[in-house]
Design a protein around this ligand. Structure first.
Ligand code: C2E
Ligand code: MG
Ligand code: MG
Ligand code: MG
Length: 275
């Protein structure tokens, strides 16, 4: 019976999706139980000054190399981790790895670069998040100027006051806060004014528009102007070509990140780029 086909196909897809999710979950548990910790790693993508193209920092991007599934995108495994609360121990591991990398930079004589760590809203809302981070910083002897925290603006769709209070504590300790994927989500720029943040990362979708019709670019320029008016630094993410870069330069964007300059790089290879 042909009419039943789509339904059984849907079931099979759902089934396969659930099996995959269970597999990822199992692997994340093994990582947090120190059974296969090396399966989770961080790659680092340089962030550059738009004026002279010097590297000023790096974004830490999580990578999962699964035994059974191969490479799994962070979009997928972070979502699984968030659903299962594994994001807490996984997120702590990510913080530890990033701080260890900063310490490694120090030891090589690189003391001015900062590293941006993506933090899930669930992590940020946990009452001991600041304590964990501050304790790790003293453990690894990493100074606050070396750390940026990236949070997506969707985090403000709920728990606005709790989140902003936590950001205030971090900021008071000298840790920079960036709003990631800016423009795609919830917040309005008027609200940004009261936020304890330092930096806006304009989402790649707005950078993509810069290669389209001219009238589609205007919004990106407007975001930069308004962010500056609020005193925030502006990072453009996902810059892939010269046309985008030229627009961003002529509109006074501060920092850039994207394949046009560098893709995310595995930790050991970062030193080849810097030396
Ligand atoms: P994000 O934080 O917005 O990171 C930027 C994403 O854009 C990264 O994808 C990066 O590799 C990619 N990208 C950078 N430049 C370009 C470009 O020029 N062209 C294109 N096409 N892509 C570019 P990635 O590494 O796959 O990460 C995807 C998302 O997964 C991140 O988006 C972030 O939301 C999440 N994620 C990654 N690592 C972590 C982590 O350690 N913790 C948490 N909570 N989330 C993470
Ligand atoms: Mg990010
Ligand atoms: Mg982003
Ligand atoms: Mg993004």
């Amino acid at each position: 019976n042909q009419e039943q086909l789509p339904i059984s196909f849907f079931d099979e897809e759902m089934e396969a999706g659930l099996v995959r999710e269970e597999e990822i979950k199992k692997e994340l548990v093994q990582i947090t139980d120190h059974i296969n910790p090396e399966r989770l790693s961080l790659h680092y993508q340089p962030i550059l000054n738009i004026k002279d193209h010097t590297i000023v920092g790096f974004e830490a991007l999580a990578r999962l190399d699964s035994i059974y599934l191969g490479k799994v995108s962070p979009v997928e495994f972070i979502a699984v981790a968030e659903k299962s609360k594994l994001i807490i121990p996984i997120g702590e591991r990510i913080i530890d790895m990033a701080l260890r990398f900063i310490k490694r930079l120090y030891h090589q004589g690189f003391t001015t670069y900062w590293v941006s760590i993506n933090i899930s809203p669930i992590q940020l809302l946990k009452e001991d998040f600041c304590a964990y981070l501050l304790n790790a910083m003293s453990l690894y002897q990493v100074s606050p100027e070396s750390i940026h925290i990236e949070i997506t603006e969707t985090v403000f769709s709920s728990d606005y006051d709790d989140i902003n209070r936590t950001l205030g504590v971090l900021k008071a300790h000298g840790i920079h806060i960036s709003i990631d994927d800016f423009g795609t989500g919830y917040s309005s720029l008027s609200r940004e004014r009261e936020l304890n943040i330092n930096c806006l990362k304009i989402d790649k979708s707005f950078i993509d528009k810069l290669t389209e019709k001219e009238e589609n670019s205007a919004i990106t320029g407007d975001i930069i102007v308004m962010a500056h008016r609020l005193g925030h630094t502006v990072i453009a993410e996902g810059v892939e070509n010269e046309k985008q870069l030229n627009y961003l330069k002529s509109h006074q964007c501060d920092l850039v990140q994207g394949y046009y300059f560098y893709k995310p790089i595995e930790e050991d290879k970062i030193f080849d780029v810097l030396l």
